[in-house]
Design a protein. Sequence first.
Length: 243
Amino acid sequence: MSWRATILTLYPDMFPGPLGHSLAGRALADGTWALNAVNIRDFAADRHRTVDDTPAGGGPGMVLKADVVAAALDSVADGRPVLAMTPRGRPLTQGRVRALATSPGAIILCGRFEGFDERIFQRRAIEEVSIGDYVLSGGEMAALVVMDACVRLLPGVMGAASSGVEESHESGLLEHPHYTRPPEWEGLAIPEVLRSGDHARVARWRRAQSEADTRSRRPDLWDHHGDGRVQPPSGARQQKKEE
């Protein structure tokens, strides 16, 4: 059975969006994964299809109603993890992405306005997830990020199996720098070690670069790596080109 993503949103036309292209798009067309976008507004009980109301206690904005969101969620609940994209959630990590990618899929709630009525989290098993310390207009872009991170790890999506292992955050370090032809560009040459043909020496250089970059760019990751909570990596990288 393919990996399945169900999105609960007020804007189902935003999906698959950019995921309809490149590797994720080909995998979607091939049936490696499946996507279903469900309109939360379809579960509003009144004739105006109302999905939000003013905040209790006053204040600006509107809040998504717990009864409407629960009805939408209950219509698709099937045991898959349920994620709510919200800046109040736990930060998304590569470890969590890998666990989701090996599960049957995910149901993802996309918030809007001031967010969800808190009671939805008290009455349903929902994992609140954040993709960063900033605020978006809604959860749809964050949901796309989660799906892309998961889909690229599904078997057969990336060309080389090692592509999903030798990357940033897989083992606690950022990946080493990469170079390709031409050997010299604008006065800058590819490091000699990468042209040496000595694979052991190349591996040592890449490991040293990973450690140096992590120390300078992400001291928070380096602190975790240094105290033994993260195992040494085979390599890491912040972004992997797809094609």
